[in-house]
Design a binder for this molecule. Structure first.
Ligand SMILES: [Zn+2]
Length: 382
């Protein structure tokens, strides 16, 4: 019997690697767990929702609205695939009488095939479209499974450029940096597959009566994230813009813009928000994540303004983060660094401006969100 739930506090203890099906994952060793944890795990395995677990799979599938499914990986670190993206992202699929649309393909073809396997439980029709919400390896490395089936791979032009860039960097890592051959071994049989159809800021698709709207949310040079909106089902796929009980990767996203974008979509006519990691949530879960980003930004900003170094800020904020009992806590340090650097950059660009020129006042988030509370404007069909 395997387990995959990596509960806080036991994550580094008794972790070992095993093979599940065709892939290796890092798992917990039962012999090092205490009795109460074992009892908890035993109870978990008896739950009907643990269907995937009982079959030896480390994920579950939820039908969040009729014919709209979400594939959620357990918190497992994969030992195959790119080590920079060792946690499979949450994926989704929409089944219609004319075919299937997939939203994000997780972090490897192995998981991509698991998604396909689940699709085949519900439809034998072709997968017509695959949408990548962003370029994170955790969301796109299963793409090749679906292009093999002749699906059209769609993303924003910016995401396409970022995936091409990732492919180039990966080739370099394999050719130059991989002196011990470990990356080569992990990436064997995995190909970075780039979207062939792109859109600028928005696009609409229609398949089997289901309208699917794609829209870039961070497009002011800040990140490359698009969202996928199903107006009839009231489902919004947010990709890496929303993490449910997982610490986020900040990457190049300006946190301020990110918070604005989340405020905006909180006002949309949506019942289910699908995250980049973790389970689907409602407005409450989305607001909790947005409030985390606000709190996080404020904590760093305060220390930055007090003239504290990045290391001082990290030392002080680290213990405060413990109140968030979230997955992927190892990402928090990198996230602090990213936000701190954004502040330093904002200040230095302000200092560089000639003294007579006033920098334009930033639009207050609440003002902006009030203007755009209404649902997504009707997109252009391309
Ligand atoms: Zn991710």
């Amino acid at each position: 019997m395997w387990t995959s739930e990596k509960s806080q506090g036991v994550e580094s203890q008794g972790v070992e690697s095993r093979r599940v099906g065709s892939r290796r994952v890092r798992l917990l060793d039962f012999s090092t767990l205490d009795v109460s944890t074992l009892l908890l795990l035993a109870a978990f395995c008896l739950l009907p929702s643990a269907r995937g677990l009982a079959a030896g799979w480390l994920y579950k599938v939820q039908e969040v609205q009729p014919n709209v499914f979400v594939w959620v990986a357990d918190d497992v670190l994969d030992l195959d695939g790119d080590p920079q993206f060792d946690r499979a992202g949450t994926a989704g699929f929409i089944v219609t009488p004319e075919g299937v649309t997939v939203v994000n393909t997780t972090n490897s073809p192995f998981h991509g095939r698991e998604v396909l396997y689940e699709i085949r439980h519900h439809s034998e029709l072709p997968v017509r479209y695959v949408i990548d919400t962003d370029s994170s390896g955790e969301q796109i490395l299963g793409n090749e499974v679906f292009t093999e089936l002749q699906a059209t791979l769609i993303s924003s032009a910016k995401t396409q450029a970022e995936i091409l860039n990732y492919r180039k960097l990966l080739a370099r890592r394999l050719a130059v940096e991989d002196t011990d051959g470990k990356l080569q071994a992990r990436m064997r049989g995995i190909h970075v597959t780039v979207p062939t159809q792109t859109f600028g800021s928005e696009m609409s698709l229609r398949l089997g009566g289901q309208e699917i709207k794609l829209r870039c949310l961070l497009n002011n040079g800040s990140g490359d994230d698009a969202v996928v909106y199903l107006p009839a089902a009231k489902v919004l796929f947010l990709g890496e813009l929303f993490e449910n009980q997982y610490f986020p990767r900040i990457d190049s996203r300006m946190v301020h813009d990110w918070i604005d974008a989340l405020r905006q979509v909180e006002g949309w006519d949506v019942q289910v928000y699908v995250p980049g990691h973790g389970e689907p949530g409602g407005k409450k879960e989305l607001a909790e994540f947005r409030q985390f980003l606000e709190w996080f930004e404020k904590e760093i900003e305060t220390r930055f303004q007090e003239g504290k170094s990045l290391n001082e800020a990290k030392r002080e904020i680290g213990p405060l983060l413990e109140k968030y009992r979230w997955h992927a806590p190892e990402l928090a340090s990198e996230a602090m660094e990213a936000v701190y650097k954004q502040m330093a950059k904002t200040v230095s660009s302000r200092d560089a401006a000639p003294p007579t020129v006033q920098a334009p006042l930033p639009v207050h988030p609440s003002v902006q969100s009030k203007q755009s509370v209404s649902a997504i404007p009707s997109g252009h069909i391309q």
